[in-house]
Design a protein around this ligand. Structure first.
Ligand code: Z5A
Length: 207
């Protein structure tokens, strides 16, 4: 049987990586086959693109180049990891996917969202997530969590209005697709978020 595809989305430091690991462990303990992955990245080739995107060697990418690099990374990831894993019956839990492209390159960098969706359709085909958790958190809280990690990338150094636009973008994406997207309060206690996500997953898939 084909596996399920769940994505985790949101701004910086919202707690996605923490929760994706919890959900993976719970699903594995329930006897499901589960793989965890991320974008940009997820395959050896895509991880090389990730490094280029997040740490440009010379100066920041033009917005269009950056968009195309994200799409190239996704195409590799879908063809060589996500789609084969789903066909093999694995649940695929993915840290970021198309909604990040709409939020970061569209709402954040100002590229036309319709154009992004059209270009993405060329490489994504019909592979839409079955369920998406969108983590919402005040920008200052998320950024301070991310900064405490001590590493920085091209997005974390953008100004506050960029991050506010992202937050707005993610909320609008969720509101426009309520059957797929579920908003998670990223500022809640870690254990509460974990229970909430598990409950929603069980409800959504009738587990
Ligand atoms: N990007 C893009 O522009 N376009 C695209 O199409 C795609 C991506 C796919 C990837 O970075 C970047 O690529 C991303 C968007 C862009 N922007 N950036 N930067 P990334 O994957 O390396 O970074 P990230 O996704 O933002 O990860 P993050 O900053 O690590 O955030 P997180 O995974 O959501 O959070 P976390 O690591 O689980 O938690 C952060 C810290 O907070 C950590 O110390 C936790 O212990 C703590 N934490 C977590 N939850 C809580 C709660 N509930 N309370 C208190 N503390 C907590």
């Amino acid at each position: 049987m084909r596996g399920k595809f769940i994505t985790f989305e949101g701004g910086e430091g919202a707690g996605k990586s923490t929760q994706i690991t919890f959900l993976k462990e719970t699903l594995l303990a329930q006897g499901h086959r589960v793989v965890q992955t991320r974008e940009p990245g997820g395959t050896k080739n895509s991880e090389i693109l990730r490094e280029l995107i997040l740490h440009p060697p010379e100066r920041i990418w033009s917005s269009m180049t950056e968009l195309l690099l994200h799409l190239a990374s996704r195409h590799e990831h879908i063809e060589n990891f996500i789609e084969p894993a789903l066909q093999d019956g694995h649940w695929v839990l993915c840290d970021r996917y198309i909604d990040s492209t709409i939020a970061y390159q569209g709402y954040g960098k100002g590229i036309d969202v319709i154009l992004i969706r059209e270009l993405n359709a060329l490489i994504q085909h019909d592979l839409n997530p079955d369920l998406t958790f969108i983590f919402d958190i005040p920008v200052e809280v998320g950024l301070s969590r991310a900064q405490m990690r001590g590493t920085s990338d091209t997005y974390e150094s953008m100004d506050i209005s960029f991050h506010q636009n992202l937050r707005k973008g993610f909320i609008e994406i969720a509101q426009n697709d309520p059957n797929r997207c579920y908003i998670v309060d990223g500022s809640a206690e870690i254990d509460n978020i974990r229970e909430n996500i598990l409950k929603k997953t069980e409800q959504h898939f009738g587990l």
